[in-house]
Design a protein around this ligand. Structure first.
Ligand code: FEO
Length: 394
């Protein structure tokens, strides 16, 4: 299946509705697409490839368009294997194809696939003429690997953006946003950003700055719809997320073995609601996938984390969330924490130190409970929630 998205520019990507976890980590309830594009001009150029396991479908898409014509160029914007895994197969199908990338890409192509012939190393701003179309290259490191770049077709004002502006979610029939019900993609864009790109806010900002005067009518990323009608909205979401901006709302994350710490979480959430906070996402770490917890923490300004003390440490699944947040260096959050213990206190100390390390605003004292839930604990939880709500509304 292929689709002409602009005259002589074709979508030749594939839908993955089989893989359960992207990068073996992040759930894919709506699947994911690996997008690739073919420009069939005087010279022909393929932009990126697809994940292993989909190579034959992908090559069939290309053959349907090219017939007996040669493929002149394979432009690689990003070397992560979900986009580069079919490079060797493309070279086997089209032995004369020139593989185009920057110096880091060329090194990785050799490292991953042992290919070091017929490669063309380009630099930032270089232009590849194809006939009526040309491609201009913008090197955008760490969005989200060191070699990442974007390719721009000025004649169509079309940006092949790599992972940037992408989202989870396979393409149900259509390819361009004007053909699709985009409702699911917005949440999946937050989750994709938080899970995959979230650590690289500064490089994303640098890339946006580099592109700020480039007129863009269409964004062709490597995952999710081709953006045409929603270019502005998509750019706004990536701009806001990479600045760590967030909406008024609170993510409450907790672990609980026997329900005592859970009661603290429920008390905090209920008081936040009583204080007029509408957007509250409560996650039990033993049930919610970390993927969704990260999405909500990127989305909401307030974060409250609770944990029992477990073997003199944080509850393991809470520790995993804390570690993922630390790794992503999320900035500018309003933070509260709570916890419990039976004989030796530890979790609250760990969570307090975490908030300090992140340099997050902490408007209230941490709440610590020894053993069972009491009215005193409940009032301390409500006090924390009131301070959090006040700080959010400030
Ligand atoms: Fe879709 Fe960074 O690969």
């Amino acid at each position: 299946m292929y689709q002409e998205i602009k005259k002589h520019i074709f979508y030749v990507g594939v839908n993955d509705r089989v893989t359960r976890k992207f990068e073996a980590l992040w759930p894919l309830p709506y699947g994911v697409s690996y997008n690739s594009y073919l420009i069939a001009d005087k010279k022909t150029a393929l932009v990126d490839t697809v994940e292993a396991g989909f190579t034959e479908t992908f090559l069939a898409n290309i053959r349907e368009i090219l017939g007996d014509k040669p493929l002149d160029y394979l432009v690689i914007n990003h070397m992560e294997p979900d986009h580069s895994a079919s490079i060797a197969a493309v070279r086997r199908a089209y032995p004369d194809v020139q593989i185009v990338g920057n110096a880091k890409t060329v090194e990785m192509i050799k490292g991953f696939y042992g290919i070091d012939e017929k490669t063309l190393s380009i630099k930032d701003g270089d232009v590849l003429p194809l006939g009526a179309h040309e491609l201009v290259f913008y090197i955008t490191p760490m969005v989200h690997w060191p070699e990442t770049m974007m390719s721009y077709c000025p004649q169509e004002k079309l940006l092949f953006s790599g992972d940037a502006f992408g989202c989870f979610g396979a393409l149900d029939g259509g390819v361009v946003d004007t053909q699709l019900d985009c409702e699911i993609y917005w949440d999946e864009m937050y989750r994709y950003y938080a899970n995959i790109v979230g650590k690289y806010g500064v490089p994303v900002q640098r890339a946006l700055e580099k592109l700020k005067n480039v007129p863009i009518d269409m964004i062709c990323s490597t995952h999710g719809p081709v953006w045409k009608e929603q270019v502005g909205k998509v750019g706004g979401i990536y701009n806001s997320l990479s600045r760590y901006e967030a909406e008024e709302g609170v993510t409450v994350v907790y672990g609980s073995m026997y329900g005592n710490t859970a009661r603290m979480a429920e008390e905090i959430a209920a008081e936040l609601s009583a204080q007029g906070i509408r957007r509250i996402a409560v996650h039990n770490v033993s049930v919610s996938e970390k993927s969704y917890i990260l999405r909500d923490i990127f989305r909401y300004k307030g974060v409250v984390i609770g944990s029992p003390t477990y073997n003199l440490q944080l509850f393991p699944d809470v520790e995993a969330v804390v570690s993922a947040l630390r790794n992503r260096e999320i900035k500018s959050r309003i933070y509260g924490c709570f916890g419990s213990y039976t004989w030796t206190s530890r979790a609250v100390k760990e969570l307090t130190a975490f908030g300090e390390q992140m340099q997050w605003e902490m408007p209230a004292e941490a709440v610590e409970m020894k053993q069972g839930f009491t009215e005193t604990t409940a009032e301390q939880c409500r006090t924390l929630a009131r301070a959090m709500a006040a700080a959010l509304k400030k």
